[in-house]
Write a protein that binds this ligand. Sequence first.
Ligand code: FES
Ligand code: FES
Length: 193
Amino acid sequence: MLRTRTPHAIHPDHHRLRARVPEKMPVALNVNGVETRLKVAPWTTLLDALRDHLDLTGTKKGCDHGQCGACTVLLDGRRINACLTLAVMHDGQPVTTIEGLADGETLHPLQAAFVAHDGFQCGYCTAGQICSAAGMLHESHMGMPSYVTENLALARPELTNAEIRERMSGNICRCAAYPNIVAAIRQAAGGPA
Ligand code: FES
Ligand code: FES
């Protein structure tokens, strides 16, 4: 029997409700230490705000569904998938992207370690891997005194390869550079590379 789809009935208040949704909303973000004010559609993801409104294209869009980790940034020091959250939800919060990790011309220890260990091939996942690793090392310090957390070289050397892999499992590398990524993270964490 041939079936035809029944069109969804339009809610009687559809047009009135739709008129209430603001076209653009203001949001103030501190991105890589710079105060930034934007007006974005309420449904704009943090990822799209960074890439399309602020031209910070180091953060990559892979799946756009929270599955690959390519869009990982640090929100108040904690790693987050920027494709899964709306920019307007983070008014006033500090965001760090891959562009904000280096100190001028000096690479962040994780960036230097990824270069030293060839922790990438095509590089598409790399910004997410590095931001995620920075967040992961921060997580593994939680509860430790700041004189420890401020110095990555004093990080927990007891993190095993298996632990690093498990904690980084939200970041997919389609080039399968995993052994080099793990070696880079171990070096940045102060353990044997
Ligand atoms: S693009 Fe966000 S998790 Fe894949
Ligand atoms: S280096 Fe190509 S996806 Fe990871």
